[in-house]
Design a protein around this ligand. Sequence first.
Ligand code: PLP
Length: 283
Amino acid sequence: MSQVFLNGHWLRPEEAAVSVFDRGFLFADGMYEVMPFYRGHVLLFAKHYARLERSLKALEIPNPYSEDEWLSICQTLAEQVPDANAIIYIQITRGAEYPRQHLPSPDLEPTVMATATHWTPPATTALPVRTELLEDIRWLRCDIKSISLLGNIMLKREASRLGGFEPVLHRAGRVTEGASCNYFIVKDEVVYTPPADELILGGVTRDWVIQVAKEAGLEVREEAFSVAELMSADECFLTSSTREVQPVGQIGDNQIGNGQIGPVTERIATAFRASRPYSLSEE
Ligand code: PLP
């Protein structure tokens, strides 16, 4: 584990502490961001930074640092883990105040925290996983990367109890996303993913996969699709910063395609790996 960056200080993990009156602790009043570093090189920093700014703006929490300052903090953290292969976690809350009250006082000082955890970027396309269809019980501003993740955690636990790696969520039969990932399906060689509206978190990986797939000559449509269309898809995969492109072979008892990695998914996963800032094949 790296040092912890906390309110401008670099601390050992056991030294890093925040007030019990922090609004993040009391109300989940804050946001977060997660980004992958490959050998010290970040993939799509500008997109992660833009989402960080969007989330802060939506919550009316001031951004304490410039884009360059954030990049330097993240790079310093990444360099502290083996090979600088790191997942950087940033959390910003509205700050602490006593006594507890729902309506925050103006001009609170945000609490800013960032850490790096070592990870191993996948070298080949992961084997297909099983996911579970569940009703999306979350709020209607899933586009904000809020630390209020109770709905996501309840759904992830339920999927895990059912034997799934992740849930695939729907609202009234319309597929939204996972608890911590976005979904794609392939039908007749066309790639579909739900539109980046307020019902999903617009994943940075999702955006990049769309671009990479188009560059590979595939047709990609950002269109809503139904549970029935999901279940009868030729292929299905999920995306996130940590899992990149993860094939899905089964949803509940329903097999997708032949249950193996589909050819379009394999093409996209390979193109994605080739687009990373540091290719593992260079080793
Ligand atoms: N959707 C949700 C709800 C998430 O929590 C995440 C990532 O944590 C994603 C999608 C994928 O986002 P990204 O590709 O930026 O990691």
